[in-house]
Design a protein around this ligand. Sequence first.
Ligand code: MEV
Length: 312
Amino acid sequence: MPLTMVSASSPAKAILFGEHAVVYGLPALAVSLDRRLEMTVHPSEVWTVDGAPLESRKHRYIRWGAENLWDGGPLNISTRSSIPSASGLGSSAALCCSLISCFLEMRGAMSPEELARKAFEVEYNVQGKASPTDTSCCTHGSAVLVSPDRRDDHLWSISKEERTWHVHHVPLPPMELVVGYTRTPSVTTVMVAKVRDYYQRSGFARETIEEIGQLTMAGLEALKKGDLVEVGALMDRNQALLSILGVSTKELKKLLDAAAPHSYGVKITGAGGGGSMIALTDRPELVEQAIMRIGGTPYRVRPSNTGTTVGP
Ligand code: MEV
C-alpha cells in the first residue's frame, strides 16, 4: 500500500578539510552535526511548502526535485530546521536529503546510496558545479571522506561529467566543535564560480588546491589517531590556503581570530564568502564567549552518527 504520510530528518554538516578542492576531484572530509532539518510530506490538492504555494524562486531545490524526481501528484511539505540557511552548514543538502528520502520512502525504494545519488543531482542542478560531499555526508551521518580513489570503508561512488567521487565512512574520535556564524549569507554558487575563475587563470591557485588535497589526507590520518593537536594545526593550514583562494572575508577573519586562542585549530567551513567558521576546541565556553563578544552567533555542536532517517 502506498504511504500517505512520511517524515524525514537530516543533519547539518561541517567540512573539516577540503572544501572547494573537492570540486576539482581532490579529497574532502566532512562531519555530520547534531543540528537537524525535519520534514513531513503528504499528498495534497496542490503543491505547498510550509503552508504557502510552491514558488519557483523561493523553493528552487524542492521545485527541481518535484519536477525531475517525483512521479506522483502534488504534495504538502512542512519543514522545521535548526540549521541556519546559507550558513555553510549544509542547510540545502539537508533539505535535498529529507525531500528525496520522502520521495523514495513513498515509493518503497529508499536506500542510502540511491538517496545520496539523487540528493546530489538536485544540488548539482540547482547550484551548478557541486561535489557530492554535503549530500553524502548528510545521507550517511558520522563523517565521510570523499576522494578520487577507492579505499577501505567505501560506501558508494558518484560520477558527474569527467569526475568520479568515492565516498567512505570515517570513524571520528570524540570532539567538540564551535561554529561561529557571521550572519552574512554564503552563496555556494557564487563562491564556487569565483574559485573556478582563479583556478583556470592561475597555476598558483591550482597548486594551492593540490596542497589542500594533501592536507586533507594528513587530516584523515591525524583523526584516525585521535591526535586533535595535529588535526587543529592542519585546519589552520587549510584556512591559510582558503584565504589564498579568496573565500575568507573580514567578518570571518574576525571570528577566526577571536576563537583561535582557545582552539586546537580554526577555519571557515563550506563555501565561504560569508557563512560560518568552525573551531576545534576543548574549551567550547571560551570560544562561544569570544565569538559572541565580537558579534558572531556561536553554535556549540558535536558530530552526530545519525544520517538521514525517514519513515511513516
Ligand atoms: C560547500 O559546502 C562545499 C564546496 O566544496 C562546494 C561543493 O563541494 O559542492 C565549496
